[in-house]
Structure formats: structure tokens, C-alpha cells
Design a binder for this molecule. Sequence first.
Ligand code: NAP
Length: 302
Amino acid sequence: RTRARCCHHVHAQEALPTLSALILSGSTVAAAVRSEVAERVARLNERGQSVGLATVLVGDDPGSQIYVRSKHRAAEAAGIVSIDRRLPGSVSQAEVLATIAELNEDDRVTGMIVQLPLPDGLDGGAAVEAVDPGKDSDGLHPFNLGRLVLSRPAPLPATPSGILRMLDYYGIETAGKTAVIVGRSFLVGRPLALLLGAKGVDATVIQAHSRTPDLPGVCREADILVTAAGRPNLFNATYVKPGATVVDVGINRTDDGLVGDADFDAVVDVAGAITPVPGGVGPMTIASLMVNTVALAEAKDD
Ligand code: NAP
């Protein structure tokens, strides 16, 4: 009997299939969101209103150029008119602000994105603050971030709202769950903490950052672990509670190409669900920008 149990034990270990996480495909969800946006744009067009998204790109950072291009592609596919403003890296802050002021006045422009970061020496925060809050497709204007804090309707920061859309699409429960967000930037971590902790979403949020002691231990508390640190492959299996949902926001350019903050190959065997990089949070960010853009145009139409 002892032998049998022993054999059974060994056998079970060998035969146990490796549990592999559900892959949360941002590309799939984004396609669904974008086709819904296209329908809303078409309805506005039928009423004689066009939707126009302007981007302001300063300098020649290759990453920023790629992001701006994909935003234009998504806009055009949804029937949104793209207005592409590019300024050399040598421009002054006043010239950047003048370009934004001009787009604020332009009736063709119903939404606007200032691609961040701006080159050294320019003030990105001041540029975002110069955007008409009613045209703020990024949802990053202080007015709109303030409305988010107050739980008042506003365009929401695109990456955090894209993450919520993806969790919702896959039916991942947030209410009563512990969410650990690693990162506290104004772009991702902070607004995501507000959204995940909001009434109706109801996660219990822990916001971790570079000064958090025992980061692996804190992360292992998470039912939903969001990695937004910008540290390639930092989050290995020791950071993940078995069955947890891992949302990998990181986009890191390495010699091995684009990688996330999570060590995907290791974490995929522990997590219950995980977003890949690329094809996870990135496409959701773009789709959410399109949602904001059409919603701002609809609000103007009312
Ligand atoms: P960020 O402004 O550099 O903020 C990074 C945050 O992570 C900071 O709060 C920092 O802590 C924290 N952090 C850094 N290293 C850490 C470590 N070793 N342990 C714990 N916390 C650490 O970056 P971000 O703009 O939020 O972007 C984060 C990542 O997401 C980047 O890889 C970026 O490319 C990517 N991203 C992706 C998308 C998308 O659509 N998928 C959108 C935006 C950004 P401190 O505050 O203490 O410094």
C-alpha cells in the first residue's frame, strides 16, 4: 500500500499537465471595441458631424513615431479624420503651445493627443494642460483627472480604461478582489488605482512602487497583478499567486525585441490569466483612445 501510494505520488507529479494561463488577447478585444467606435462615428457622420483626431508629435523618437502611426491607423479604420502635426525637436515651448492652441480652435479637431514624452527641455505637463479639456482624447488633462477623482464623467486615461475593458470582456471579477498595481505614474498606475478601486469595480487596491519593501511578497497577495514598472522580465513566478490574473503593461525594447515586465514563459504556468506583450494592453490603449475621441465628438454634438 505504501508503495502504491508512493508510486501514485510520483506518477501524479510526472503526469500532471502543466496548467497554463488563459491568454487575454488585447488584440481581440480591441478589434471589437474599435468596430463599435466605427459604428458610433458613422452615426455622427450621418448627422453631418465629422470626428477628427489630431496628434502632436515633437522630435523624432522612433518609439513615439510608431505609437503615433498606429493611432492614425486606428483612427482612419474607424472613420475618424486624422490630423498629423509634427514639430522638430528644436522647437520652443511657445511653439508647441501655439500649435495646441491652433488645434483647440480648429473645428475639424474633436479630439487631440500630445504624444509624450516631449524631448528634453520641453514641458509635457504644460502641453497637456494647454489642450482644451473638451478635446482631451488622452484623458490626461488635470481637469479630467480631477473629474476622475470625483467619479464624474470624463474621458479616462487610455491605458487604465483599456485594462478595465479587457478584464470586463473576459469576465474577470474585480469586486472584493485584491489588486496590486506596481507603478504610480500619472499615465498608468495612479489613474488605474482610482478605476480599480471605484464604486462598482470594488477591488481593494495596493499601489506598489520602487520603494516598496518585499515586492514579491506584496505581489503574491494579488488576485489581479498589474505590472507597470518598465522593468523587463522583472516579475517572475515568485511574484505571482497561483491562479492570479497578470496584466502586463510594460513595453520594453530589449535585444530580444519587445518584452513586458512579466517573465511570460515562467508566469504563464502559475497565473490563471495573463496578457501577452505585444498584443495585450497596447492594443487596448489605442482602442480606448478611439472610444474617448468618439465620445468627445458625441458630447459636442449634444
Ligand atoms: P514610469 O513613469 O517610468 O513609472 C514607472 C513606475 O514603476 C514608477 O512608479 C516606479 O516607481 C515604478 N518602478 C520602477 N521600477 C520599479 C521596481 N524595480 N520595483 C517596483 N516599482 C518600480 O512609467 P509608465 O509611464 O507608468 O510606464 C510603465 C511601463 O508601461 C513602461 O514600460 C511603459 O513603456 C509601459 N507603458 C505601456 C503602455 C501600453 O499601452 N501598454 C502605456 C503606457 C506605458 P517610483 O515612482 O518609485 O519611481
